[in-house]
Design a binder for this molecule. Structure first.
Ligand code: PEP
Length: 256
């Protein structure tokens, strides 16, 4: 982390878990566990139907609500889709785009992810743009090339002013939900490379200011070491965000 230049962000990704009726009790538990003086911004990205409940329950403990996906279209005949305007109206301040599960199960490509990030920015919602390599790509020594492509494509046409409202999340696919975390050296190496790509695209100052998160089996035990890396500015957390005590322990790990 480098708090001098950028925000530390701990974002949970509930995926397709929890219920609307469970938001309030979860947040009551979380409130008890969170430190008083938080050293980071906290977000919980829930299924879209839970966003209003999260906004309400998160108000007095400063936990922001986020979505997990958005349509690239503004509005109209797109059954099942949720627009950026609708997310904004529901109270979302953030939204994940390009999560590997969407890339894999919904065949989302880099162009679509770019369009989604731009749709969010147009409404003032912070996109949390996910990038990450597969195990095969890592073994073939293609990690940096792959990530470079993904970052460049995701940020295509996004201005330096808009970049200030973007977050990048490095999530190696092989580490998501598997219990296999990237070592702090592996995670730092890629996050540093991401900042390097952004530096080439936008210059030193914007690159220095962008928050880059690590995601992939982050938990209470490994968070402190990962967050101690100079280019890792927080975490995107799946499994461990479903238990208030575990999520709060990761928030506490930013207190270093
Ligand atoms: C994720 O889904 O973004 C994630 C990082 O999941 P987990 O923490 O469970 O690996």
């Amino acid at each position: 982390m480098n708090r001098k230049y950028r925000k530390t962000v701990i974002a949970g990704n509930w995926k397709m878990n929890q219920l609307v009726s469970g938001v309030k009790p979860f947040m009551e538990e979380l409130k008890k566990e969170l430190p008083q003086n938080k050293q980071c911004d906290i977000v919980l990205c829930t299924p879209a139907v839970m966003i209003p409940a999260m906004v309400k329950a998160g108000k007095d403990c400063k936990v922001a609500a986020g979505g997990q996906d958005v349509s690239k279209y503004e509005k109209g005949a797109y059954t099942g889709e949720v627009s950026a305007d609708q997310l904004l109206d529901a109270g979302a301040k953030y939204c994940i785009v390009g999560h590997s599960e969407r890339r894999q199960y919904h065949h989302e490509d880099d162009m679509l992810i770019n369009a989604k990030a731009r749709a969010l920015l147009a409404k003032g919602i912070t996109p949390i743009i996910c990038v990450g390599e597969s195990l095969e790509q890592r073994e073939m020594d293609l990690t940096i090339e792959h990530i470079t492509y993904q970052v460049k494509a995701a940020l295509y046409g996004i201005s330096a002013t808009e970049l200030r409202h973007c977050i990048i999340a490095y999530e190696p696919i092989w580490a998501i939900g598997t219990g296999k975390t990237a070592t702090s050296e592996q995670a730092q190496e890629v996050c540093e490379a991401i900042r390097g790509v952004i530096r080439k695209m936008y210059g030193a100052r914007p690159a220095r200011a962008v928050s880059i998160l690590y995601g992939g089996s982050m938990n209470a035990k490994n968070a402190e070491e990962l967050l101690a890396q100079p280019d890792i500015d927080g975490g995107l957390i799946g499994g461990a965000s479903l238990k208030p005590a575990d999520f709060a322990a990761i928030v506490k790990a930013t207190d270093q």
